[in-house]
Ligand binder design. Sequence first.
Ligand code: AMP
Ligand code: ZN
Length: 112
Amino acid sequence: MECIFCKIANKEIFSEIIAEDEAFVVFKDIKPKAPVHLLFIPKTHLGPVNTLRLKDTELVGRLILKAKEVAQSSGISEDGYRLIFNIGRDAGMEVEHLHLHLLAGKPLKLVN
Ligand code: AMP
Ligand code: ZN
């Protein structure tokens, strides 16, 4: 499978993993767009939001809760943070494995 985030989840390529459980991997974005820029991915390959089905509901809900937990445990929850799913070309989506961005560490401007 030529999916870069599957390779990160399988440890076939290096990434700065900051948390992991049976279902998800959390790692630092290689090109951070804020002082804190994390990516949350399911270990099993899922496509982007526009490919999701009802059967994926629980995993996607848990992905969001994972982001909340990591935000709380890393002390950024109080100042605030932003969660983003990019979908398609106009959003600049590059990777076709479902991923949730967490941005924090400074007051964030809404992009475009
Ligand atoms: P998106 O534009 O929503 O598809 O986001 C993909 C993100 O993955 C971008 O912010 C990239 O900087 C990030 N990225 C790509 N390759 C890697 C990698 N090997 N390790 C960490 N982050 C990566
Ligand atoms: Zn994948």
